[in-house]
Design a protein around this ligand. Sequence first.
Ligand code: ZN
Length: 192
Amino acid sequence: MTGVRWAMAVSVRELEIVSYPAPVLRAKAKAVGEITGEVRAVAERMIELMREAEGVGLAAPQVGLSWRMFVCHVPPGEKRSVDDTPATATRTPLVCINPSLHDPTGELETYEEGCLSLPDIRGDVLRPPVITLRATGLDGKAFTMTGAGLLARCWQHEQDHLDGVLIIDKMTQIYRLKNKAAVRALEREAGL
Ligand code: ZN
């Protein structure tokens, strides 16, 4: 018999970025098992959505999937390079499956972050400036990479998503106050 096609459990083309307060954004995501064609297709779609939204990172819960996976692309720029030690940019988008972060280094730094799931909300978040990422790539191979600057920040922001943590939980007090009405507006829009 030919032409049998197993339906994918996920309608990849229909994946879109979900906004707060979608419950999936608050769940602890589950480890990805085998890297199937479906996982690869989801990663590709996530990269596409990240680009369309002009973001530098996107985590699977942000497209409604409670999976431990994120994509990120902090491209080389004026103050960023793939040749820095540690790296501050990557040449191509990075797909990180079952990622973990290790060895945070340096004094906490403040930087204004936004989130594709929190439209119109921005605020200062304190994070260590250097961190090591361990993850599995789409090729099924484990990799380790140390990053600094926006790249390190992006990994930490996306990793937080896998544990249901959002920037509104981590912002400095002044930004929590500044964004209170905007957060409430999103909740109200969702009927909360
Ligand atoms: Zn985010």
